[in-house]
Write a protein that binds this ligand. Structure first.
Ligand code: OAD
Length: 257
């Protein structure tokens, strides 16, 4: 991919935006070695049935299996590093703030890589795999929870005795209200929306780019594969986020230097 695929009009749209929103999905973390969900063969759901592992019912029926699976995913993520796509988004946020532009990053990912890359404002729509909470009273543990093994006692909340679970959104669960409200508010009022590395099929996150676009925002999609957003996007960059985003940031920096 070369620099030419990033049109000058896209760069000026970013430079002139007053309020920018970036929505990311598993695709931005795939270059950090973390599997996406829906890609055939390589996606997580190609190997595991989400209904078996990522639902309140699954946790109810076999909590240890669910906890061990999340522990495995956490260990995979802990070995990963933010990739150039994450780092470029953190730079874009800094440049925007220095220019007096608003910049909000909304992520569906639970891997904490945006924060590790230095992004300051991250709205986590689906929670964070490194956080736990009590399945009953929602309190977060005050201490680091012990590792779960095939035989270990499952960690419980000292207040209500409920089992601790990952602080992530499971299928059939509602999203954290405050995060969702902020995401809708920012998406409703932005003038440039970047949809990055998401198949845009899981609601309510999937409605954010369309809502922004319907409200007049310039819609930019960065995804090597087409999605239902692609035909509506003002700019569809069908390449990897780890390649496109650093090029965009470099072009912005060239303009500003
Ligand atoms: P998906 O696996 O559905 O989609 C990942 C998208 O990333 C696909 O469209 C890929 O084409 C694209 N992609 C792959 N590599 C990429 C790269 N290097 N650069 C840019 N794009 C790339 O993952 P999500 O859209 O994030 O929900 O899935 C949304 C939600 O569904 C997840 O948050 C999860 C899942 O169920 C919960 O866990 C609640």
């Amino acid at each position: 991919m070369n620099d030419e695929t990033i049109s000058p009009s896209l760069i000026s749209a970013i430079l002139n935006a007053r309020k920018m929103v970036a929505l990311t999905g598993a695709g931005i973390s795939s270059e950090s070695g973390i599997p996406t969900f829906r890609e055939a063969q390589t996606g997580l759901w190609a190997t595991y049935d989400p209904q078996e592992l990522a639902t309140p019912q699954a946790f109810e029926e076999h909590p240890r299996t669910v906890l061990l699976w999340y522990q495995w995913r956490k260990s995979l993520i802990a070995k990963s590093e933010p990739n150039p796509g994450h780092l470029a988004l953190a730079s874009l946020e800094k440049i925007a703030l220095q220019k007096g532009q608003k910049f909000t990053l909304i992520t569906q990912n639970v891997d904490n890589l945006h924060q590790q890359a230095g992004s300051e404002t991250v709205i986590e729509l689906h929670g964070n795999i490194f956080r736990s909470k009590c399945a009953q009273c929602q309190r977060q543990p005050a201490i680091e929870l012990p590792e779960v093994t095939a035989e270990s006692e499952l960690p419980r909340c000292p207040f209500c005795g409920g089992l601790y679970r990952p602080d992530v959104v499971w299928f059939g669960e509602s999203l954290p209200g405050e995060a969702l409200q902020r995401a809708f508010e920012k998406s409703n009022h932005c003038d440039l929306f970047l949809s990055i590395g998401t198949s845009a099929v899981v609601q309510p996150a999937a409605s954010l780019p369309l809502m922004a676009h319907e409200n007049g925002a310039t819609l930019v999609e960065i995804n090597p594969n087409p999605t239902h957003l692609t035909p509506k996007a003002n700019y569809a960059l069908q390449n990897k986020a780890g390649q496109v985003l650093p090029m965009i940031v470099n072009r912005i920096r060239d303009h500003l230097s």
